[in-house]
Design a protein around this ligand. Sequence first.
Ligand code: NAP
Length: 525
Amino acid sequence: MTAPSPGRTARLAAHLPQPLRRVAARLPGALAPPVEPGTSTPRVAIIGTGFGGLGMAARLRQAGIDTFTIYEREQGVGGTWRDNTYPGAACDVPSHLYSLSFAPKADWSRKFPQQPEILGYLESLVDRFGLADHLRLGCAVEEATFDDDARCWRLRLQDGTEAEADVVVAATGQLNRPWIPAIDGRDDFTGTTFHSARWPADLDLTGRDVAVVGIGASAIQFVPEVAKQAKSLALYQRSSNYVAPKPDGPISDLARRRFERSPFLLRLYRLSIWARFESRWLLLRKGSKAGDIGRKKFEEGLRLLVSEDLPEPAVIPDYPLGCKRILISNDWYPTLMAPHVRVVTEGVERVTPGGIVAGGEERAADTIIFGTGFASTGFLMPMRVTGRNGADLHERWAAGAEAHLGMTVSGFPNLFVLYGPNTNLGHNSIIFMLERQIAYVLTCVRRLTESGDATLEVKPEAEAASNKSLVKRLDNTVWAASCHSWYKTDSGKITNNWPGPTVQYWAATAWPRAKDFVETAKPSR
Ligand code: NAP
């Protein structure tokens, strides 16, 4: 199959003088001209088929690099958008920004996309970029080991077979392993119980007494839907959330036709959403004035909801705005006020065969749904990753994961992590970050192609310097405040978030700096 078109931007860039071409190639959505047909290129193993994995594969195809395989644990593509099928599942980033800039979708049906439409978009990328022949579904990579002599990676796959790769791109995400706290008596429960990311197909909750443990971004989406069916609904909420209105609604046929006719308009609209979201960074700095004003505004509105049935801790957060993800919903507070819904703010003590005990009181339940989030700080788990000289990645990360710009780790040549440590955001679209990482990895793969060398490895001093600056900047963010969130390890190290606006990440990743890397030649045969 021929490489898909690299797009108009790249074609135009090809006519620019060399220095300008280099700049143009770094613009979001741009791509340098494809490698010459017949060029020998590194074998790339991509792990995961969410936005990161599919985006990486699509960009490799556009760059004329076909020597890649995409390994996926499940039987279908889509990552988190395949796994989270709970009722009401949707994204809180507007549709036109929540897609790859180089694979725009003009016909989104709503301003904020819902799970089936996002999954449909991700699935469509397989045909759009000719990825089917590169996919190995139902094939988890269980172990990746760097072979010091051959200077390549050896992968042990779920089916017991092995594969070799020169470059490994781990695109397994931060939120792929559902987490349920160890609560006494959980195994003795006799009713139905599951995690929100493992929602049973065709589940009917009509007439049921439902308990939800954990009220975060997922729960505020599925709880209003569950409340429509359940006889009673008890919400075990340890901390309340800041929930803002969601300016959602269908997109008119006229607007869709305009976007279809004018890719420029579509780009401009996307850019305007990105710029608006980027300004929200101001809320996330420690001691931010904007954050204080925002928190006061929230409090004023939320105080009006406080009642005997809905006491202050049920609705008013006791931590700074943004310390946990700011949520959006139009039906959250109305649901809390429904007569059959109760918010329980006392901690869960134990589960009994027929319910949950909290605050010394047992409440009956025949269904318990855990909305308790994901094991978010165990990057790349449960895959075993062994680098140069037998170094174990998870041992290296025992005190909390870290990587140079979230992507590379010294001692692990040619290993790139997408959506790795400290690359999550609290204010803008993660797809922007992923695209910067994909461009960075692609540049490294091109460099290996051009040099004919075997490996690129970040220098320990470059890694240490970027992590030192990261820690300093994280200290000045709202996440350093004393709320617990999935952004931190149990010991309080912030391992998940990027401490700045996305433009700062863009600037830091625009050109992989040659002096930050050691390049190693292929072994002589
Ligand atoms: P989450 O935000 O981590 O929420 C987990 C909830 O479980 C929190 O309320 C937490 O309470 C609670 N919890 C944890 N341990 C508990 C315990 N022992 N007892 C009682 N409660 C406990 O997880 P999530 O809701 O699944 O969302 C995870 C992330 O997924 C989001 O932040 C977001 O990035 C992503 N997501 C995104 C979208 C989107 O629109 N883009 C939609 C859904 C999810 P505390 O707050 O007190 O720790």
